[in-house]
Design a protein around this ligand. Structure first.
Ligand code: TXA
Ligand code: MG
Length: 357
């Protein structure tokens, strides 16, 4: 247990002294929790291997799962990567700062601890005033999401305190993060580029900016566990609640209400009839379908606004554990735009337990 310094900051106009205090601590080897537009990160100054190692210990993260390097401006990029292909410039110009991580060839200054010995490095420029000010002061910051390994990423300061109080040296609390799911990861070392993780920046947008095809391997949809992981993190269980979770996926032809009715029937016949307690993660449009059968319902947002669903998703997964149920069933969402990221996280959280209806 270490002594954690908790500092509240205004997300849009962070106090200079707070940024300076965290920046000085980082240069002395501290690890710190900071907000980004996606989820909270647990950072260390990327050029200090000893500090970077402490991140893995604090999270209980396997050492072979590399970290993303966060930058505040394009000048910082020259220390991190050796070669920037034209397609990378195209994306960086349009999307950064924003929720897109690019895999590029690693430069010599980045310690092997950051990339788990890989010759490539993940880089992103987060669109959050606190993150940008902090990274401008510190220099490149290596950071994974600020959860204990295997738990859902923290999207509120409450999640951060639960997971990182006593583990990080500093916590910058700036309230809820904006998108609620982690950045889109695109590997630019392959041709065509490969989507390693869907996120808030939709693959449709990437295709539009690049004007090229993008490969979407099954693990990026959360469908299978690849034997040799394309992104090292793909092979680990993620985002998982302690409670057993099943994702119910109806065929494309059934409308949402008849899908919800089928889920309710299955839950009643297979679980409630055996005396099991059940929670359902449902959309606002379908939540009322479950009230009559006597289950707990966690409303995650509206189907007409998948950004709302994404933002509430990790809170919903954490909420399920507080309800004290035997099993949780999650509805599924359309794999369009940020919906692809939602389904990737849900399927992974379920340990790929998918009920096809
Ligand atoms: O939105 C985000 O990306 C958040 C915030 C804090 O920036 N960060 C985040 O980091 O989600 P993390 O460590 O939870 O997820 C990073 C993923 C891991 O699955 C890791 O394996 C992959 O990126 N990754 C990192 N470096 C890589 C590389 N060189 N090649 C392929 N995958 C890489
Ligand atoms: Mg993570």
């Amino acid at each position: 247990m270490i002594l954690t310094k908790l500092i509240r900051v205004d997300p849009l106009k962070p106090d200079e002294n707070a940024i300076r205090a965290c920046c000085d601590a980082a240069h002395r080897g501290a690890i710190f929790v900071f907000p980004t537009e996606t989820v909270y990160g647990l950072g260390a100054y990327a050029l200090l291997p000893e500090a970077v190692k402490r991140i893995f210990i604090a999270k209980g993260r396997p050492l072979d799962n590399p970290l993303i390097v966060h930058i505040a401006n394009l000048d910082q990029l020259s220390d991190i990567v050796v070669e920037i292909p034209e397609i990378a410039w195209k994306l960086m110009r349009v999307v950064w700062p924003g929720p897109l991580t690019l895999i590029l060839k690693k430069g010599p200054k980045i310690p092997k601890e950051v990339t788990a010995g890989l010759e490539t490095v993940a880089v992103r420029m987060p669109a959050h005033p606190v993150a940008l000010k902090l990274i401008e002061c510190i220099g490149p910051v290596a950071a994974p999401s600020a959860n204990i390994s295997g738990r859902p990423s923290p999207t509120t300061s409450h999640h951060v305190l639960l997971d990182m109080y006593g583990r990080a040296d500093v916590i910058l609390d700036a309230g809820d993060t904006f998108f609620g799911v982690e950045s889109t990861i695109l590997d630019l070392t392959t041709d065509p580029p490969t989507l390693l993780r869907p996120g808030p920046l939709p693959v449709e947008k990437l295709r539009e900016v690049l004007g090229t095809e993008i490969r979407i391997p099954p693990p990026a949809r959360g469908l299978t566990e690849s034997g040799v992981a394309l992104a090292p993190g793909m092979k680990y269980r993620h985002y998982a609640p302690q409670t057993k979770l099943i994702v119910a996926e109806c065929s494309e032809h059934s409308d949402v209400l008849s899908c919800a009715r089928k889920i309710a029937d299955i839950v009643r016949d297979h679980y409630l009839s055996k005396g099991m307690k059940v929670a359902i993660i449902a959309s606002r449009e379908t939540a009322h379908m479950y009230a009559p059968i006597g289950v707990k319902v966690v409303v995650v947002g509206s189907r007409s606004n998948l950004y709302e669903v994404a933002k509430n998703l990790f809170s919903a997964l954490r909420e399920v554990d507080r309800l004290g149920v035997d099993i949780a069933i999650a509805e599924s969402f359309e794999e369009r735009g940020i919906g692809l990221a939602i389904m990737n996280r849900l399927r992974k959280a379920s340990g790929y337990t998918i009920l096809r209806i």
